[in-house]
Design a protein around this ligand. Structure first.
Ligand code: SAH
Length: 352
């Protein structure tokens, strides 16, 4: 292929292009070519999902973590993080509030907090399932055993978000301490898929040491895994981590890669993340205009909002859930989209 427009057209037609073409495209695209891929991604998204943007209610229920990822503000070595965890009752209260606002997906995210044994976490999932039979339950609590994932699935969880962070083992080593491995992360993702979860993978854009080659590895990994959801967002340094002096990823490259992912996995659920909104005041809107179709307003109680800090300058830490919802709806309407609060499963996906 001779030019980037041809590469984009081929990617749309065949949902894959050779590694050299990915590298050329990502390394040399112009602002006009970025606009072009955005339009194509938007076209494809509209084919499957119209102009609907799914809202998920995010509940950040613990910031205790046994891991020490170099990029993350709630890593165990950060003595300055003010730790909290929500009780089952507090989590259910968040769901109640979210349900009244119309949410039919709850995303429970947290650090890898050993307090939440299978028994405790499955109990919470069962309680949510019982109280809100028509809502989807998404978990994002890191690496656990296959048996644990199965127990949580049987308790009623439908979806699981576990970003692979980087698909390249050398890069994985730059981002994580020795005790964590890419192999285990990938195995977790395969287990989740096999169990029957709608599974989300993804990576940070512009994380320290990331190269175009590594991004190509991420894209091929996603193509192979065929996740139902893909979460990507810019890396943003946190002042209490070893990466405090590293540069942030850009909004430009993040939205460009969102469009690439939309063309590769046409019916994937693709959020415009909070990190994207943090790096650029218009980031989430731009992400939607580049093929995104999910946003995740925060439902966490106001008194813990400011404590779940993975990176610096996180937005919306002072707002009430209802304000976040209204603000998001208005933002999406302004650019010609409609926020919807239905379950929003992946097109055609149904629990076996
Ligand atoms: N403990 C869970 C949830 C992690 S938090 C897990 O391991 O999956 C969700 C995501 O936030 C992470 O997967 C990571 O990609 C992202 N994240 C963490 N630190 C970040 C930073 N400094 N900048 C941007 N994103 C970050």
């Amino acid at each position: 292929m001779k030019n980037n427009k041809e590469r984009i057209d081929k990617l749309e037609a065949e949902q894959i292009i050779p590694r050299e073409d990915f590298k050329e495209l990502i390394g040399t695209y112009t602002p006009e070519e970025s606009e072009y891929i955005g339009k194509r991604a938007n076209f494809v998204r509209e084919k499957y999902y119209g102009r609907d943007v799914y809202m998920r209610g995010l509940i950040e229920f613990t910031n205790y973590c046994r891991n020490d990822c170099y990029y993350c503000g709630i890593r165990r070595s950060n003595r300055n993080a003010v730790r909290y965890r929500l009780s089952e009752e507090q989590i259910l209260d968040c769901c109640d509030a979210g349900y009244s606002l119309g949410f039919r997906t709850f995303v429970l995210q947290g650090g890898e907090d050993p307090y939440y044994t299978d028994e405790r976490l499955a109990g919470i999932v069962r309680a949510i399932r019982r109280r809100f039979p028509d809502a989807a339950i998404t978990l994002s609590v890191g690496e656990r055993s296959r048996e644990s994932y199965q127990t949580l699935y049987d308790a009623g969880a439908d979806r699981y978000l576990l970003r692979h962070e980087t698909a390249n083992p050398d890069h994985y080593r730059i981002l994580h301490p020795e005790e964590l491995s890419l192999e285990n992360r990938k195995q977790c993702l395969r287990n989740l898929k096999e169990i029957g979860y709608q599974t989300g993978a993804g990576f940070m854009v512009g994380s320290p040491g990331q190269t175009i080659d590594y991004i190509a590895d991420d894209l091929f990994f996603l193509k192979e895994l065929q996740p139902e959801m893909v979460g990507i967002g810019p890396f943003i340094p946190h002042h209490d981590t070893p990466f405090r002096n590293e540069k942030s990823g850009t909004c430009e490259l993040t939205v460009f890669l969102m469009a690439v992912i939309r063309l590769m996995l046409p019916d994937v659920l693709l959020p415009a993340t909070t990190a994207l909104g943090t790096i650029d005041p218009n980031g989430r809107e731009r992400g939607i205009q580049y093929g995104g179709n999910v946003v995740m307003p925060n439902l966490s109680p106001a008194n813990v909002r400011g404590k779940y800090l993975l990176y610096d300058n996180k937005i919306c830490t002072g707002d009430e859930a209802a304000e976040c919802v209204a603000c998001m709806a208005k933002r999406m309407e302004r650019i010609g989209y409609r926020t919807v609060v239905s379950r929003g499963d992946k097109a055609g996906f149904c629990r076996p």
